[in-house]
Design a binder for this molecule. Structure first.
Ligand code: VG1
Ligand code: CO
Length: 542
């Protein structure tokens, strides 16, 4: 029943920041998905007879690749696969299943916040037995295998019914179709004060959650409306659709503008939130106030002990390098460690496993903790709801009080999307070449204290990851960071991260772009952004 099918390698299967992402037609090429899945298995050892978790965010082509993954897992000797019903499994829920049932690992089919549909994006990522994204050592090995693959092994088990919960045999392998929501909802219930949140809803607290027609819809319906008693209609766009209703399932101020507008409007609910394609990102907007993801991780860390799951306090906080330093001030006050990692959740895994960090966050709207090994959109929303219920203050009051205590880190990210790759690379090469000569010089009245290319030395396993983003640090603590995205599927995306710290309470309600204007101008002077990209302004400002 097991066939060895000859195949030819593709040269472009290098996993990026979070797995392999390509346009659907690329994935639809002959054996493209099969090759990559086989390359994952070829890079791993010791899974004979073990269990593999499989699920995805429901986007176009999800169901087809789930069938392929099941058959190739059987062909390679896995003893069992656990598949989310309907092929649905959010990224944090997959991480939980891998950990809870001590499986060998998992395959998650998602291109996260990228759009879906016949001509949009698809993705495959592998998570290891700790529930976290494969570390670089494994993704490098997968890429190496993909360049030399000659065949893949597949079992002729026919189409598996992935819509009916239950366990069946497919050849020698067991296939379990499970409810993707239940274990995750139980985990959330174990971490947060559901009674306090439920009581808050009863007293009239109003939440608006937008699932953006992506994977969190069924989770949000179950948790907010059924278990916590929020009124029916609290969750919007809760049905996962293969094309996300034609939108980008990217919870930011551009793609979730309708939510922002509602939250700034006269009849705004108390709290608004949204999540992305695969459920690991969060957007947080209080009534009349947007909370930047960098601020959110700092505020969640500062208040985490109000939730039962964190009442013993935090061991440490980790943030990606481009994320603002707001969390550092909280760590300092709490007297706990703060770690600065490269972009991408895979770098938090070791710190979490070693018990050095409890809460992690990225400026790209990813926040999470040691409860799983992925960022977790609904977790962040629930921790906020827990804090709001216990403190009985508005989100806006909590934010302004936080700034008054710690100071405010004005922060913004400017993205230049789909720039020609050559032009983006030229910008980075030129900038790298002059890093040594920048310190001591001044631009727009701002003196450069330090300029470098961020390298990360993992304190747990000693591995070194170089070229993780160019940092230009100014005297006084402001900074600009530039790096190229590792998740895009066409051309290059240049990300420019801008930050300024403002201790003075009287200056905490400035417009962010105005507060950062001189740094934005300085970044262009230093890196020649407009010249290189040929763009007058960013495609997306968050
Ligand atoms: C982006 C974000 C990064 C995040 C990654 C995956 O990567 O910047 O912080 O971890 O997406 O998130 P890049 O390389 O494009 O900057 V997700 O929700 O797309 O899995
Ligand atoms: Co995501």
């Amino acid at each position: 029943m097991i066939r060895t099918v000859p195949t030819k390698p593709y040269t472009d299967q290098k996993p990026g920041t979070s797995g392999l992402r390509k346009k659907v037609p690329v994935f639809q090429q002959e054996h493209y998905a099969e090759n990559f899945i086989q390359s994952i298995f070829d890079a791993l050892d010791g899974f004979q007879g073990k269990t593999l978790v499989i699920g995805g965010d429901g986007r176009f082509y999800n169901r087809e690749v789930i069938q392929k993954a099941i058959a190739i897992a059987a062909g390679n000797g896995f003893g069992k696969v656990m598949v989310g019903q309907g092929g649905i499994l959010s990224t944090p829920a997959a991480s939980n299943i891998i950990r809870k049932y001590k499986t060998f690992g998992g395959i998650i089919l998602s291109a996260s916040h990228n759009p879906g549909g016949p001509h949009e994006d698809f993705g495959i990522k592998y998570n290891a037995g700790n529930g976290g994204p494969a570390p670089e050592r494994i993704t490098d090995a997968i890429f190496a295998k993909s360049k030399e693959i000659k065949s893949f092994k597949i079992a002729d088990i026919g189409a598996i019914d992935i819509d009916t919960i239950g366990t069946a045999k497919a050849g020698d392998m067991t296939v379990e179709i499970f409810d993707p929501v239940k274990d995750y909802a139980e985990l959330m219930e174990s971490l947060f004060d559901f009674d306090a949140i439920r009581a808050n809803f009863k007293y009239g607290f109003r939440l608006r959650f937008d699932a953006m027609h992506a994977v969190t819809g069924p989770y949000a319906k179950e948790i907010f409306e059924r278990r916590l008693g929020a009124p029916n209609g609290t969750c919007r766009n809760f049905k996962p659709l293969p094309d996300f209703g034609g939108h980008h399932p990217d919870p930011n101020l551009v793609h979730a503008k309708h939510l922002y507008d509602e939250m700034m409007g006269p009849d705004a609910p108390d709290f608004g939130a949204a999540s992305d394609g695969d459920g690991d990102r969060n957007l947080i907007i209080g009534k009349g106030i947007f909370v930047t993801p960098s601020d959110s991780v700092a505020m969640l860390a500062a208040n985490a002990s109000l939730a039962p799951g964190y009442k013993e306090g935090l061991k440490g906080i980790a943030r990606s390098m481009p994320t603002s330093g707001a969390a550092d001030r909280v760590a300092e006050k709490l007297g706990i460690g703060i770690y600065e990692t490269p972009t991408g959740w895979k770098f938090f895994g070791n710190l979490l496993d070693a018990g050095m960090a409890t809460i992690c966050g990225e400026e790209s709207a990813g926040t999470g903790s040691n409860h799983v090994r992925e960022k977790d959109g609904l977790w962040a929303v629930l921790l906020w709801l827990n804090i709001l219920a216990v403190r009985a203050e508005s989100c806006k009051d909590i934010v302004t009080e936080h700034w008054a205590t710690y100071g405010r880190n004005y922060y913004s990210r400017h993205d230049y999307e789909e720039v020609e790759s050559d032009r983006a690379n030229a910008l980075v090469d030129e900038l790298r070449a002059k890093l040594g000569s920048l310190p001591g010089t001044s631009v727009r009245g701002l003196k450069i204290a330090k300029a470098d290319d961020f390298a990360y030395h993992d304190p747990v396993d000693g591995s070194v990851s170089k070229n993780q983003g160019i940092r230009i640090l100014f005297e006084g603590g402001s900074r600009v960071v530039l790096r190229l995205s590792g998740t895009g599927t066409s051309g290059a995306t240049l990300r420019v991260y801008i930050e300024r710290y403002e201790p003075d309470k009287a200056r905490h309600d400035l417009d962010t772009q105005e507060a950062l204007a001189d740094l934005i101008a300085a970044a262009d002077d230093i890196a020649g952004i407009k010249g290189h990209t040929g763009r007058n302004k960013p495609s997306v400002i968050t």
